[in-house]
Design a protein around this ligand. Sequence first.
Ligand code: SF4
Length: 382
Amino acid sequence: MTTANLLDFDLEGLAAYCGQLGEKRFRATQLFRWIHQRGATDFGQMTDLAKSLRDKLASAARIEALPVLSQHESADGTVKWLFDVGNGDAVETVFIPETDRGTLCISSQAGCAVGCRFCSTGHQGFSRNLTTGEILSQLWFAEHFLRKHLGKTERVISNVVMMGMGEPLQNYAALVPALRAMLDDHGYGLSRRRVTVSTSGVVPMIDRLGHDCPVALAVSLHAPNDALRDSLVPLNKKYPIAELLDACQRYLAHAPRDFITFEYCMLDGVNDQPEHAHQLVALLQGHGGQGVRAKINLIPFNPFPASGLTRSGNAAIDAFARIVNDAGLVVTVRKTRGDDIDAACGQLAGDVQDRTRVGERMAVQRSIRVQDITLRSREASL
Ligand code: SF4
């Protein structure tokens, strides 16, 4: 008999499931807290649930996260997991600790259909959408693993960015319940301002997200004009920049933050010249007459061989940032983290998304049980 994986549900979904078992809604809330706040996998542990319900759940349901293929920790504390999603596919999840926050970068698809030129996930093609449970299990596993190893009882992950492998807004039906579980006070209780969906610009879904589950929005822009963006982000041909910025303006009416983050991957000689910076300023400050409230995040490109692209030099990045900053826009340059483990979030990682190599690695690693995986140098301090 196929059992239901309870990681597939937000609280509403779990309440509906419990209803089918003849249970009241407050039982779903208790169960949800056991799963997400306490990381329980064994119904027998859930001592405030009636024995009859625990027995019912034990035969009809399970709490099952994705199998871990590998786990690596960088000298800077960044941790990357590779999760097995079956059929030779794997997705990655990255934890980035900082003094005032802990950020988890989560994948939404195995591969990606958008095919951005600078992105190694895009170069491997699309395999399939992840389910809600597969998206959520990345957070569930990371949070409870890190708590245990840090010896903490309180929350470790304060921020989530949907910025790993895949275009989250092309997996909308699975994404939204996962976001709701992240935000739910009975789940992870994350602030809407601290959960970010990053999109290459799926305009109709930006509007839907604004109505259904407004969280912080990041847009992968990467170019200040349509001709250049068409060549870097093929989705631009369907939803050109003007339509995308219109959608951003509409989104701001619902957004938990008063700006949209625009990501801009710095590619040597392609989009990093002073004229591109001036065009970007004119675009964001002039769109629709009033401009779009924006923060710009410049991302040094993480090169991979098939791209034929190289990272902009530091001088070019600094000059670009200065032009944007001098025009009055907020600009940041993303720090590279976890370089020693190729830990840049999925869309920029130059390693794991090569399917052939994933296949090779998986063949070796399938035999390794999660419990046997040892963290590298800093495990003791985790
Ligand atoms: S950058 Fe994002 S949308 Fe573009 S191919 Fe990579 S994962 Fe897909």
